[in-house]
Write a new protein. Structure first.
Length: 204
């Protein structure tokens, strides 16, 4: 028996557009993000999904609702574990602003290190642990199903690392674009298999 995960990052926001750290700040989709949500929804309109899980933040929930419109008989759950990482004092800031206001943090991107505590925010390892907890719960509850998870860049990377046993230091070595799809199959016995990562062919 195989449980398949479709990890889908939310559509673009105004803060994505200017590379501003969103974290848990509740920013809506912009016009491009809404179009991206329609494009991923069209790609998946006939795909056999059995259950949806989404972060409560509106950029993910709006993306999820757009996809779910083609799967209205399928349950969709809001799961607070899927929130993005809290970036504390650097949340809401661009990289240039971080470099100007927090040069010590910006020098080596300290927040990329798994055990670094952002003042007022979360460690990467904390995000990993809540992502791992979510996966354990869902694999037990939804065994044998195809599970669509609409969430955020950091938490999705952490769940990819948890399933594939990748080191967290790999998290920032690959892209996860807005509305990209990453698929991982998790068999009852044997190792999880990465089927695709950062798939964006639907973005015309």
């Amino acid at each position: 028996m195989v449980t398949s995960f479709l990890f889908i990052r939310h559509g673009q926001t105004a803060w994505n557009q200017v590379h501003r750290m969103q974290g848990q700040t509740d920013i809506p989709l912009n016009a491009s993000g809404k179009m991206q949500a329609e494009q991923i929804a069209d790609l998946l309109r006939t795909y056999p999904i059995h259950v949806f899980y989404t972060s409560p933040l509106q950029r993910t929930h709006e993306t999820a609702r757009t996809i779910h419109a083609y799967h209205q008989t399928i349950p969709m759950y809001i799961h607070h574990t899927l929130k993005e990482r809290s970036f504390g004092v650097i949340e809401g800031k661009t990289y240039d602003e971080i470099a100007d206001q927090f040069p010590a943090l910006a020098f080596d991107r300290s927040w990329h290190h798994p055990y670094f505590q952002i003042p007022g925010g979360e460690r990467l390892i904390d995000v990993y642990m809540r992502g791992e907890q979510f996966l354990q719960e869902v694999i037990e509850k939804e065994q044998g199903k195809t599970v669509a998870v609409i969430a955020h860049g950091v938490i999705i990377r952490c769940m990819i690392s948890a399933l594939l046993k990748w080191p967290l230091t790999n998290n920032y070595f690959y892209e996860l674009n807005n509305t990209s799809v990453t698929m991982i199959r998790v068999p009852t016995t044997g190792e999880p298999e990465l089927q695709m990562i950062n798939y964006t062919a639907h973005l015309k």
